[in-house]
Design a protein around this ligand. Structure first.
Ligand code: HXC
Ligand code: NAP
Length: 289
């Protein structure tokens, strides 16, 4: 992955990334390390975290700490933060990246299924934001929170309703605390990605067996999925001091996907220039009558 920022941009940053052992969390962690940061990565599966940490520590010795933590449990969250602070001396960036999600008609969900997704996405994000915010305020650290949301924070989305509820809550928290905690020098922003291929998301949202029916690429004006490097570069900017004047923002990175879905006439993309010649003639004729 190539960084758009100069070497050493994140030298002073110690970044705690939830769900940092896989997918987009792992890609962001790699880019942050490349720019000079130290990272603490946490999630439920220690063997996955350890494998990622071994990979990173081979390239950037001593800069990655894996910590087992279930984001839904406040005590584990506090322990995780304390472990990272004890190890690196401080934490000054939090990335709320851990998530749970799967497609399902809502009426087929048990209340436990609904709970588990909202708990990981929303409770996990507010648990970490609250614990980290208290620590920053007490220690006068001007920290930064970056949360990974989705574009359906604007629109909601059928078939992923628990995730839509949770992510909308994360955006509300981001916007609310951006105002409340600005006086402490704490900034909160979010990235709303479109589809970025990861094993975790694809296996639960776009399984191979369905792709011939509904290829998510067809919904994207730029006609491709996002590259991890693109998201990691944006994340690096948002946690760096270059974005010091930005707070409470949700930056969309989706190749135009959500606007195409929302635009009333987006389906006319399917018309060829020849068809437009015919349509224009019909419309002009109609206008003169
Ligand atoms: C209906 C389901 C289900 C399914 C699980 N459940 N899968 N119900 N359809 N496909 C139900 C279970 O039966 C159970 O309810 C409850 O949900 C909890 O399931 P468990 O498997 O016991 O939970 P757990 O092991 O904690 O796993 C949590 C999980 C899992 C969310 C279900 O998928 C997970 O660990 N996900 C983490 C990673 C992830 O989801 N990554 C993708 C993020 S992508 P009962 O009633 O039986 O007890 C993303 C992108 C969004 O967010 C935007 C893309 C463009
Ligand atoms: P992923 O690889 O499945 O990442 C999810 C991570 O969350 C995993 O590392 C998982 O680790 C961790 N996690 C889940 N439950 C947890 C819990 N209770 N406690 C601690 N960690 C937990 O999927 P991804 O695609 O990279 O997703 C990363 C983020 O991007 C998510 O917020 C997702 O909503 C967002 N996003 C992704 C896309 C996309 O197209 N990929 C699009 C929009 C938004 P463990 O299983 O080890 O706990």
């Amino acid at each position: 992955m190539k960084s758009m920022l100069k070497d050493g941009t994140l030298n002073e940053k110690v970044v705690l990334i939830t769900g940092g052992g896989t997918g987009l969390g792992k890609s962001m962690a790699r880019m942050f390390l490349n720019l000079g940061a130290a990272v603490a990565i946490c999630s439920r599966k220690m063997e996955v975290l350890q494998k990622t940490a071994d990979e990173f520590n081979a390239e950037y010795p001593g800069k990655t700490l894996p910590i087992q933590c279930n984001v839904t449990k406040y005590e584990e969250v506090e322990n995780c933060l304390n472990t990272a602070v004890a190890h690196f001396g401080k934490v000054n960036v939090l990335v709320n990246n851990a998530a749970g999600n799967f497609i399902s008609p809502t009426e087929r969900l048990s209340h436990r299924a609904f709970d588990i997704v909202v708990d990981i996405v929303l409770r996990g994000s507010y648990n970490f934001t609250l614990a980290t915010g208290k620590y920053w305020i007490e220690n006068k650290i001007k920290g930064t929170v970056l949360s990974i949301t989705t574009t359906y924070t604007f629109t909601g989305s059928a078939f992923v309703v628990p995730s839509a509820c949770g992510k909308a809550g994360v955006l509300a928290m981001t916007q609310s605390l951006a105002v409340e905690w600005a006086k402490y020098g704490i900034r909160l922003n979010a990235i709303a990605p479109g589809p970025f291929p990861t094993k975790g998301a694809w296996s639960r949202l776009f399984p191979d067996e369905l792709q011939h029916l509904f290829d998510p690429k067809n919904k994207i004006p730029l006609e491709r999925f996002g590259e991890h490097e693109e998201l990691a570069n944006l994340a690096s900017y948002l946690i760096s001091d270059y974005s010091a004047y930005m707070t409470g923002e949700q930056v969309v990175l989706d190749g135009g996907e959500w606007l195409q879905g929302a635009g009333q006439f987006s389906f006319f993309k399917a018309l060829s220039p020849e068809m437009w010649d015919k349509v224009e003639a019909i419309v002009r004729k109609g206008k003169s009558s």
